[in-house]
Design a protein around this ligand. Sequence first.
Ligand code: GLU
Ligand code: MG
Length: 437
Amino acid sequence: MKQKEIVMACICDYASQMRGKGYWTDKPDKAIAGGVGLAPTNLMITTFGEIVNTPWGAKGDILMVPDMETKVTLDLDKDKSREHFVLCDLKNLDGSAWECCPRDWLKRGLYVLNNEFGLSLKSAFEHEFHYSGASKKLGNAYGLDAMRLQGEFANTLMNALEVNGVNPEMFMPEYGEQQYEVTCSASMGLESADRAIKLREITRSVARHFGHKATFSPIMGMGKTGNGVHIHYSLVDAKGNANSYNPELLGSIDRELASFTAGILRAMPEFIALTASSVISYERLKPNRWSATYNNLADKDREASIRICPLPKIDGINPSERFNLEFRASDASANPYMVLASLVWSGISGLREELTLPQIIQDDPSSLTKEEQKALRVKRLPQSLDEALTYLEESKMMKSSMGDAFHQAYLIHKRSELSLLEGLSDEEIVNKYAQCY
Ligand code: GLU
Ligand code: MG
């Protein structure tokens, strides 16, 4: 007998966990367009599954309203039911956006970017993760054998991503043992964040299909190589033309992308709690990890928080189509809508003030004196989630773009997460996060 199937209507919450409720797939789209009820306090479920503190208690009601364009269907086993999920917006009962909805915060930023400056964001996420099903072999970093030793996982994953509109480009063995990476083609605005969420969930599902686990936790062991989420970005003008490349200017970065990026660099210490959102994210953001430690811009440097990506001078490549910058101070404990929104809103502040870029710093910023760092507007990023939350709390720019209620709710959520780790050893903390991501 062919069974009826269930689709999960999900939100990606402040801990970047997908949580939701299921309904029959044969229920007409119209019938669920009115949304699925949710308690606001559900957003206060920490990544460890417990609620510690909430501004809403048992009160209130909001709606998860599916965006049918984002629906994912996974048909991995012909003898089993398919898996379906769809991403939702969070709305008030009157249909207006809920003020603490991460997806809406990004939508508002993209609207302002377009409305005030006639610009759109083009971006692409790269994800690193560990796949437990890959057999280990000494010396296998980036290895062809590492590709063989993951079996059928890569092909199945890439096909599942492709049929669900994620547009994967590359699958590669990474530096760490059992570590792999998937890159995607660039997409516009909100879609890029939707794809990032789909990619994480599809990867987890395909790994489970093979009886294993895909883990996106920022660090899998103290001192071990990190799982980064890198975001390539550029700006596109109202006519749809790339608006980022100008070989005459510093770093070949055109004027508007320069102001946008100067805004990101300036605000980075204030928003890092939203892009590196877990306690162990700060173990990854350490020197010599190929991640990021300062709010610096550098050319082809994988330890810069913003890297100017290489531009191969090969015939037939249009440099303005290809040119992009890469934000590297992010990982999968962060909600992709909130990561892109942090970039967009701080970029908007740079555009509004017509900020210019600080100098490109090719030296390790830690080798500069305090005076030199100040002159170059370069700062050490916060070194713990606790410190990053204090920066976020004090940031007028972040508070005004998020709105008071959302800003406050996020701080409460993350401080709850901190409180659940009190007294645990580093190793216990790393293991806890590996179970959740
Ligand atoms: N694994 C590094 C990170 O945590 C990045 C390595 C790379 O550049 O691909 O971000
Ligand atoms: Mg990589």
